[in-house]
Design a protein. Structure first.
Length: 307
């Protein structure tokens, strides 16, 4: 796969992730806080593992990843997914869900920062206003879909906010560390990591965590459609695409484009849940895109040594 092709897959993953929170809430409304994610990750993990393990070269590439990758990146991947689903399901209403998402969507900034640091890229001073503009666009986009952040402070949402902050840091670190540890490996470890995540969900359920439904009650047809989309597209494809972009594509460009994720998520919420975006949404979209562009221009890749 060429670097351009891997980077394009990262863009596709960002589009798919824009639908993640809506699909997740619909699934949880039908199956429960962890039963829904357990079923989705189990299906995507089993199907993806079959597709990967039947090929000899894929098995060889997986063996070449090494213990450090599985322990460090694998641990970050699994813990991120568990924290993301717990935070999404435990959020009590739109206010806390908004606050959780604002914290979760710190990961585009942390991905960009970690990628630039690990690759020893040269960073120009205007990355700071670019990050501020992109983050302001993110907050404004989410704000425009809800009454505001004030209500998020009520209802004892400290655990939800802690999960959101962890997500924002953990996914950025995972995205940047993959290439640092294994280079441009052709291995696709994501299906196996989904199986590991499903095992953690099963353990939590066995311990009595997350057995009750979460979010709004969902009609069976909508729940089934959301489950298939989440398992086969959002989970099976998008995470594999993002992993390829981070290890074999342009990390900085993909990380800058990921600032659009909360904008796409807000648009999906508006479309599926019938919420009017309003003019603030479009202002936020322009602000986020402009900030991401500034960040990309501010980071210059370090020169590569001659071969």
């Amino acid at each position: 796969m060429s670097p351009a092709g891997a980077t394009t897959r990262g863009f596709v993953a960002i589009f798919f992730w824009g639908t993640s929170i809506v699909a997740g809430r619909l699934i949880m409304g039908s199956l429960g806080l962890l039963r829904g994610p357990l079923a989705a990750t189990l299906v995507s993990g089993v199907l993806g593992s079959i597709l990967v393990l039947v090929r000899r070269e894929s098995r060889r590439a997986l063996r070449g990843l090494g213990a450090r990758y599985w322990l460090v990146c694998g641990g970050l991947f699994v813990s991120y997914l568990v924290a993301y689903n717990l935070g999404t399901g435990l959020a009590a209403g739109g206010g806390q869900l908004l606050a959780f998402n604002v914290l979760n969507y710190l990961w585009p900034i942390t991905t960009l920062a970690f990628s630039a640091a690990f690759s020893r890229s040269r960073v120009r001073w205007w990355i700071a206003p670019g990050i501020v503009a992109a983050l302001a666009g993110t907050v404004l986009a989410l704000w425009s879909q809800h009454a505001g952040l004030e209500g998020a402070a009520a209802g004892g949402g400290v655990a939800v906010y802690g999960l959101g902050l962890y997500c924002g840091i953990a996914w950025g670190l995972y995205s940047a560390l993959g290439r640092r540890l294994v280079g441009q490996s052709a291995a696709n470890p994501v299906p196996l990591l989904f199986l590991a995540t499903a095992a953690v969900y099963a353990l939590l359920l066995a311990l009595g965590v997350g057995s009750a439904p979460a979010g709004e009650a969902t009609a069976p047809p909508a729940g089934i459609a959301a489950f298939l989309w989440r398992a086969l597209v959002v989970d099976l494809l998008s995470y594999a695409f993002w992993d390829a972009a981070m290890r074999r594509g342009n990390q900085v460009l993909a990380a800058a484009a990921s600032f659009l994720t909360p904008i796409l998520s807000s648009a999906c919420i508006a479309l599926v849940l019938g919420v009017s975006p309003g003019w603030r949404f479009w202002v936020a979209a322009l602000l986020a895109v402009g900030g991401a562009a500034v960040c990309r221009l501010a980071v210059r890749d370090a020169p590569r040594p001659c071969q």
